[in-house]
Design a protein around this ligand. Structure first.
Ligand code: FE2
Length: 290
């Protein structure tokens, strides 16, 4: 391996050494987030070690670039851990996996995990960033529908994959326990009948899509739903605050085909106190930002 190149890789590992971990320990982050940050650094270092062991001719330049960006992301998060309470439009990042690429073998192969995470999920992150820049920063002229479709497609991809990676672990207990088990038994009868229904729903998805266990605050119950063709203008893992029904049944008896008149009128009856209540409740839910 080229000496200069090896020095570069070694300096990257050194950067992620004890100094960085100590800095995380000294930060005012909650304990759980500290452990998560340290774990990310360790995984990142191990990935660089992996490359160091390779022959230079076998090194995947894209992979190295992914690692460089991942390192920068970790560094960025550490520099402003206290101030970071939102992801700026167009600045979503690929979350590091909470385990090694080969950790889920033999159930899911290293090859598929690597490709799925570094290529597919990364392209959703890039696409969402592009759509958000167009919609909220550049405010590009129509076709606005194009960017909404892009936001739904890539946003669904980013948010669902982020849940998916953290939904899995190499140390699975193989069955639920605690409160989620109690709720599953209450709503679906038993763990086995839930598992069968979830499996059947997953099998029913045609082509692209997801099987999803959701909590419905509106019914106080669990439900299972397929998110087939996730690009159809849905943004999962978000909470609706204000909705406007623009189905024809909402206005045609009064306005016939004049949808715009209906929309303009509607702004006069919005209950902003209710929207604010929903917003205050929704903001109580805090998750790690990506
Ligand atoms: Fe996927």
């Amino acid at each position: 391996m080229d000496k200069e190149y090896q020095n570069y890789l070694e300096s990257l590992i050194e950067w992620g050494g004890e100094k960085v971990k100590n800095k995380i320990q000294e930060s005012s982050l909650p304990e759980e987030e500290k452990q998560h940050a340290i774990q990310q650094v360790v995984i990142w270092q191990n990935n660089i070690y992996e490359i160091l062991k390779q022959e230079e001719s076998d090194i995947d330049i894209d992979r190295l670039e992914d690692l460089r960006l991942a390192g920068e992301n970790i560094f960025q998060e550490m520099r402003q851990p206290q101030t970071k309470d939102s992801v700026p439009y167009g600045k979503h990042q690929l979350p590091a996996l909470p385990y090694q690429y080969n950790a889920l073998e033999p159930y899911i192969s290293e090859q598929i995990m690597r490709l799925h995470h570094t290529k597919h999920h990364q392209s959703y992150v890039n696409g969402l960033n592009k759509a958000e820049k167009a919609l909220y920063i550049d405010k590009k002229d129509p076709p606005i529908k194009h960017w909404l479709r892009e936001q739904a497609f890539h946003g669904s991809g980013h948010y669902l994959h982020t849940i998916f990676w953290f939904n899995m672990t190499p140390n699975s207990k193989k069955q639920p326990s605690g409160e989620i088990l109690q709720q599953i038994n209450k709503d679906f009868g038993s763990w086995n009948s839930f598992k069968k229904l979830f499996t059947d729903i997953a099998k029913s998805v045609e082509g692209n899509g997801w099987a999803v266990l959701v909590w419905s605050p509106r019914s106080g119950k669990l439900a299972i739903q397929s998110y087939e063709k996730h690009q159809f203008f849905q943004l999962p893992d978000t909470i609706p605050l204000l909705v406007l029904d623009v189905w024809e049944h909402a206005y045609y008896l009064q306005h016939q085909t004049d949808k715009v008149a209906y929309i303009n009128n509607w702004w006069n009856v919005v209950n902003w106190d209710n929207v604010n209540d929903r917003f205050e409740e929704a903001k109580k839910l805090k998750w790690t930002l990506f």
